[in-house]
Ligand binder design. Sequence first.
Ligand code: FES
Length: 146
Amino acid sequence: MERKEFLMQCGAACFSASLLATWLQSCDVKKAVVASYSDNQLSVPLSSFYTEKDGNKKWKRSVVLRHEKTAFPIAVFRYKEGEYKALLLRCTHQGSELNMYGDLITCTAHGSEFSNKGEVTKGPAETSLEQYPVHTDDQNIYIRIA
Ligand code: FES
């Protein structure tokens, strides 16, 4: 192998490793918001879904919630204004906790993948993720868990 070829391969490997590290650090489950609980529902401030700069809101596509009332985190996706879906991040194959990378929900146990609507996109899981009803008001998002 020539020196130039070796250096190009090393550079490509280093670049790939840095991309992988960035991708792994972006796991949304590790950045979970702690929800409040009352009347069989979890709530989080609507402001958890956006950042604001110069009076403009930049909406996030999803927020992950954690609370001791649920054994697994819950992903809340925002598809458009007023349209949300709450998905339990528990794999429907054998119950492992799922990871989120943007709109992709994955299971490291056996490789199942789910869409941001909770549908199976890759097995071995065969059933969609458990969902919870969501409603909002001017201040909060509420997820009914019982
Ligand atoms: S537990 Fe998730 S794929 Fe098996």
